[in-house]
Design a protein around this ligand. Structure first.
Ligand SMILES: NC(=O)NCCC(=O)O
Length: 408
């Protein structure tokens, strides 16, 4: 997009960064090519000694992106050639999107509007041969959990509900595993709500589900009003394309959550999110990438886009005057790899589809290279946790005897 003239810099009201779609576009437009190349090497790392290459995507996918005005980007992660194993290349997609209608529209129209908006983006993933696709957190609805109003619970549905049926058809049509994060209503257990990712197999079957483990109590993220911490552990879903797991949004701030998916053997962990610039943007490029490095797996990070305005003003725990929106959901979805490389991010304000080829052999190659599993000393930490969770736990602190000398 064209750079807009700005008086005070930073993100402007349309969600762009000083008129650019993403940080990477800003840098590419403003640095000399040789400087840009060096900055990219440091910011994005390199993969097998090279910058990531783009994938040649079919014209039909490009046509859908132009017609429906969504960002379409791609990048390919390689691994070293091995003598005993064939490459295990999978094509993985992430979708970020804004809501389709104002939050004041009738609920069924809002939901249908999102389905209609997503269909061509999922089609683009399908025609581009994506094997595993992940949507954003609570994709069927506005992220209304800031309001604390219970009427938004109407968007909840069982794991075999309307939105999953919609995706099951597409999963089967395109032979694609789809991860669908929804607000779940557990009909069999008193109709309680959960924040859940449903894993739909490439035959349109339901493989399983995972419920968000860590619920935020920060800023406007009043999600604990709606659902409790998940009770599904840290499942890894073995699909025909690889072993995948889902660390839902705020769980990305918990290194042990990432670790647990790794211990269970995940090769790709998705982090479908809904988070806003003022709260978390500086953390966003770091946490997922660190998780990918520390756990020797790929991470797919997805954040919704746009500003969602609610009819009734709400307050926050931080003393701000009452307001009607969370702030801007900054998109910027991207992939991170075990070798510390990562893709440029999708747009900060536009719907988008990011497609990456990844050779999953890279996971084991990086386990072998850095030996993080081997050197982790889990038994030392198991002892610490065992004692920490007991009421009589005393922190292991050795005080300088001089500190207390004068007071005795
Ligand atoms: N959806 C969600 O958990 N958001 C919390 C905010 C954050 O983790 O950045």
């Amino acid at each position: 997009m064209d750079k807009k003239t700005l008086e005070n810099g930073e993100a402007v009201a349309d969600g762009s960064i000083c008129g650019y779609d993403s940080l990477h576009q800003l840098l590419s437009a403003n640095l000399k090519p040789e400087l840009y190349q060096e900055v990219s090497r440091l910011l994005l790392g390199s993969n097998c000694g090279r910058p990531l290459e783009q994938i040649v995507l079919p014209d039909s996918a490009r046509a859908l992106s132009s017609k429906h005005d969504f960002d379409l980007q791609s990048a390919s992660f390689s691994a070293d050639k091995e003598q005993m194993r064939n490459p295990r290349v999978v094509r993985v997609g992430l979708i970020q999107n804004s809501i389709a209608l104002p939050t004041t529209a009738p609920f069924p129209d809002q939901k249908r509007g999102i389905f209609d908006k997503l269909k061509p983006i999922i089609d683009a993933a399908g025609v581009a041969g994506v094997n595993i696709l992940c949507l954003q957190e609570a994709w069927t609805m506005p992220f209304a959990f800031c309001t604390r109003e219970k009427r938004w619970c109407e968007f909840a549905e069982p794991v075999d509900g309307e939105s999953i049926k919609f995706l099951q058809e597409l999963a089967q049509k395109y032979n694609m595993v789809i991860v669908s994060p929804i607000l779940e209503r557990d009909i069999d257990h008193g109709e309680v709500l959960w924040n859940t990712a449903v894993i739909i197999g490439n035959h349109g079957n339901i493989i399983g589900k995972h419920r968000k483990n860590h619920i935020p109590r920060v800023g406007d993220f009043n999600e604990s009003t709606y659902y409790m911490e998940g009770n599904t552990g840290h499942p890894v879903f073995e699909t025909v394309f690889g072993k995948i797991a889902v660390n839902i949004c705020y769980g990305r701030h918990h290194p042990l959550n990432w670790l647990a998916f790794g211990l269970n053997g995940a090769e790709i962990v998705f982090n479908p999110s809904a988070t806003v610039g003022e709260l978390s943007e500086p953390m966003w490029p770091i946490e997922a990438r660190n998780a990918a490095i520390a756990n020797s797996y790929f991470v797919g990070s997805i954040n919704r886009v746009g500003t969602e305005v609610f009819p009734n003003a709400f307050t926050s725990g931080d003393g701000k005057p009452q307001h009607n929106d969370f702030g801007h959901f900054y998109g910027s979805s991207h992939f991170s790899a075990p070798d510390a490389s990562c893709t440029p991010s999708l747009s900060r304000y536009k719907d988008g589809l990011l497609i990456s080829d990844m050779d999953l052999n890279l996971c084991r190659q990086y386990k072998d290279k850095w030996g993080f599993r081997m050197t982790a000393r889990y038994e030392v930490y198991a002892d610490l946790f065992t004692s920490y969770i007991k009421p009589d736990f005393k922190p292991q602190v050795v005080s300088d005897p001089m500190l207390h000398k004068n007071s005795s």
